[in-house]
Design a protein around this ligand. Structure first.
Ligand code: AKG
Length: 347
């Protein structure tokens, strides 16, 4: 299974070259097209939506054992002992046994906005001039007229638009290379067949009533070694309707569980929300952190930018993203039979 990486979404884009917002829409459920899961730095212009609208996230069981609210509007929760120590150990063991932990791929989320902006700017300005110039040259230098001349103009116009499209794709690739350095952890995705994963998926369904595993991305296990970090980013993507269409569209919930204890003073590796007064969550074995990258309608919430600060000790987490639509099976989602007791892999 391909590793699903966090969208190293957007603070970077926002600070450097903000890209226009896009809206999300629902995509057909349960597609099984199988494109690899991606990560990316999301487009993020400041949101125009009010807090009241963005706060309408998918429901969470506020009476769940161990649940504490760390921040309101936007809501951020932790749930202590969300996973048992055995489940944490099992998930780490399963990730190690897979033997394919690699630096997660990064895709520059928001690329659809960039490509669209470049192409539309060129098509409404320079391309028209290039087309007109081609017609002028065709007429003056080669004595063309009528349809032949029109053809010259069209070829010039389309050539300019095509060149803008190609240039924008190259820009996006470049951006991905540049941003890839800012996520140095390694990760792998599991298929739900281990006992720890099953405990995680079932506990997630209980904590988020109304959601079901069909909208969950396969659990992604992330390992930080000393010195590794995850730069500030968003987990949702304004271009999700297009860019994440093959994995359930917009990300509505991030639920991550710390799988080991990290020393409070020396360990580093906290999850920090820079826009919420540097709200910091410390890794503790079995503790879940839950927040909402977008509201229940899929509207991007730029208040929950967060980062994994540099780890001074090894840190393991497992993360489930809940999407707006059904994710489909592997590589992004869980196989239909993950829940089949006959297939359970014992620790
Ligand atoms: O490692 C952390 O503390 C944060 C992880 C994270 O932000 C993510 O996986 O999206």
């Amino acid at each position: 299974m391909t590793t699903s990486a966090p969208r190293l979404a957007a603070s970077l884009c926002e600070r450097r070259a903000s890209t226009p917002a896009s809206t999300s829409s629902r995509v057909p459920a349960r597609t099984r097209r199988g494109a690899p899961p991606r990560a990316g730095f999301g487009a993020a212009v400041p949101t125009a939506r009010s807090a009241a609208v963005l706060d309408k996230h998918v429901p969470i069981d506020r009476y769940a054992d161990g649940l504490r609210q760390l921040h309101a509007s936007p809501d951020v929760f932790v749930v202590d002992d969300f996973l048992s120590a055995d489940a944490c150990a099992d998930i780490i063991a399963r990730a190690k046994a897979k033997g394919d932990m690699t630096q997660s791929p990064v895709v520059y989320a928001g690329w659809t906005n960039d490509v669209e902006a470049w192409t539309s700017t060129v098509s409404s300005g320079p391309a028209v001039w290039i087309g007109a110039l081609a017609m002028l040259i065709g007429s003056a230098a080669f004595g063309q007229s009528g349809l032949g001349l029109l053809g010259e103009g069209v070829v010039g116009y389309l050539g300019a638009v095509g060149a803008a499209y190609a240039a924008s794709l190259a820009y996006v690739k470049d951006k991905e290379r540049e941003l890839g350095d800012l996520r140095t952890s390694t990760s792998t995705a599991l298929d739900g067949s281990g006992v720890g994963e099953r405990e995680l998926i079932r506990a997630t369904e209980r904590l988020l009533p109304g959601t079901s595993w069909t909208t969950y991305e396969a659990p992604t296990v992330i390992r930080y070694e000393r010195g590794q970090k995850l730069a500030p980013h968003f987990d949702a993507n304004r271009g999700a309707a297009v860019e994440d269409a093959n994995r359930g569209g917009q990300t509505l919930v991030t639920l991550l569980v710390y799988l080991n204890d990290v020393d409070e003073v020396r360990g580093g590796g906290q999850t920090v929300f820079g826009r919420l007064g540097d709200l910091a969550v410390r890794p503790a074995k079995g503790r879940a952190l839950v927040f909402f990258p977008a509201n229940a309608d899929g509207e991007f919430d730029d208040r929950v930018e967060h980062e994994g600060t540099e780890a001074n000790e090894e840190k393991w987490i497992v993360r489930i993203w809940v999407h707006q639509n059904e994710v489909g099976g592997p590589p992004s989602g869980l196989p239909d039979d993950w829940n089949d007791e006959r297939g359970v892999v014992a620790p």
